[in-house]
Design a protein around this ligand. Sequence first.
Ligand code: ZN
Length: 322
Amino acid sequence: MPHPIPGIHHITAIAGDPQRNLDFYVHFLGLRLVKKTVNFDDPGTYHLYYGDSVGHPGSILTFFPWPGAYRGRPGTGEVSTVSFSVPEASLDYWVRRAGDAGVVLEGPTTRFDGERFVSFSDPDGMRIELVGDATSPEGWRPSAVPEAHTIRGFHGAVLSVSGYERTAKLLADSFGFNLAAQHENRFRFRASGSGGLGSRVDLLCQPDLSRAALGAGSVHHIAWRTEDDESQKQWRRHLASLDFDVTPVMDRQYFHSIYFREPGGVLFEIATDPPGFTFDESAGELGTGLKLPPWLEHRRTAIERVLPPLAMERVSSAKGEI
Ligand code: ZN
């Protein structure tokens, strides 16, 4: 058996306008743009990576922004909510910050044994929660948000599925997760390790919902951490032995990836922690240049010509526009 999964590595979603996406995640949520690159399978499209100070595994939310993309339709077989961890005492700060930015926020609300959270949508309709976590690690810089209140990384994610048992079996028997709580149709699983960032996943059993349709505001896939190439190979063998169709290893430049669809229909990836985002930029320079993998570098001029302009300064900043 491969080593247990310690938690989420990254989550990748689809957005509409790239500038509006950057304004929301960098200037409102205070994440750092840690990599500006292109979709390796569609190099006329950006791939934007947001995270903490250096994009540690467990903090990375990435987007493929397609200007004018149709909105997705929420449903089963997808990650329906992305949850971030903030200090418990910061929830009031975030309520005020959302009010100042014209972001409609719900909560604070309480769930399970006193877990407090607020929720809202990003400009494309993707559901986000900020969960107050007494065990949050230290804040970080540079961020548009004061260090004490920064998003620390993922708290977890919600998977909407029509029937939860087979997904639960994969999480428990292979990933090494434990069922930590249940309320009605929500099942909370936790990674077996020390309970760090991104170590929780909720299965929301929703048999009455139809299947999700992918589009702007949808999560495309969720990636889970593995320590290195060797452990990833073990995962590949293990998943194949369980009859999952699992891809060959893909070089994603900042990590190596395998993909498969879990029984509830959600696209899963298992990604290596190394080499990370300082692979082709120093920690200070992260996100400042358009980075291309070696196999696309010779097409740089053509690629730069078709990519829409993207300003690091806030553009759509007026109240209500994000
Ligand atoms: Zn991925």
